[in-house]
Design a binder for this molecule. Structure first.
Ligand code: DC
Length: 227
């Protein structure tokens, strides 16, 4: 019997890394839905479309200028924009900010949610994002709300950026994390919020391995032998 796992949470909570490892341990595919919003954001940036102009972003999408799709090679997600693999290009701060902006719009959410639901049909999957447990897969077998303090999320992000050669101040990154939280939590459509039946996993004091183990043990309890 296929089963579905939904992992939601704020920016920098480690959703992608942890979801990758949980999915690998369960031998199922992981869809990072944030990557899809990033691809739409990137498309707007490249085309010079104002990300704060809902009508312009909607037209860009409806004109077929931002065709997003997700493919897998060796269980690894590749995010394609108009056929181009943009998996690396979407990992910038600018693409993240653009994603947060365009993800406020109904037309964008509508298109991405349809792709995500389609992916979850007929196979066991793990999806991570902001609205998976509340909107995309409201009947998911397991719902996790993965979070940690904003300071630790900013610290982790600072480290990640430094590894890529981008050195930024902690204060600046913390301000960005807080701004993104605010935008994701207060948008009118499908804001980031914990589903009523989601289990909170707070990774502030946990290592990646401990967080993965905590989630796996919840998965095993909830799926009772399916996973
Ligand atoms: O997880 P991330 O930082 O890659 O996500 C980028 C943005 O995409 C995030 O700020 C909000 C949006 N997003 C969303 O609205 N719904 C999702 N399911 C995933 C991401």
């Amino acid at each position: 019997m296929p089963f579905a796992i939904a992992i939601d949470g704020p920016v920098g909570a480690g959703k992608s890394t942890i979801s990758d490892q949980v999915a690998e341990r369960l031998h199922i595919l992981h869809m990072d839905t944030g990557a899809m919003y990033r691809a739409v954001g990137l498309s707007c940036l490249r085309a010079g479309v104002d990300i704060n102009d809902e009508a312009a972003v909607t037209k860009h999408l409806q004109d077929g200028k931002a065709e997003v799709c997700v493919r897998y090679a060796d269980s690894l997600q590749h995010t394609l924009l108009n056929g181009e693999d943009v998996s690396t290009a979407i990992r910038t701060q600018e693409a993240g900010t653009a994603a947060s902006a365009v993800s406020r719009y109904q037309a964008v959410r509508h298109a991405m949610v349809a792709l995500q639901r389609d992916f979850a049909k007929g196979q066991s999957v793990l999806l991570d994002g902001r609205d998976i447990g509340t909107v995309v897969l409201p009947h998911a077998d397991v719902k996790i709300f993965l979070t940690s303090s904003d300071a630790i999320r900013a610290e982790r992000r600072q480290k990640q950026l430094a590894e890529k050669g981008e050195f930024r101040s902690f204060e600046e990154i913390l301000a960005e994390v807080r701004a993104r939280d605010l935008q994701d939590e207060t948008r009118a459509i499908d804001p980031l919020r914990k589903a009523d039946d989601a289990v909170i996993v707070d990774s502030t004091e946990l290592t990646i391995e401990e967080t993965v183990d905590a989630i796996l043990s919840i998965v095993h309890q909830r799926t009772a032998g399916k996973a």
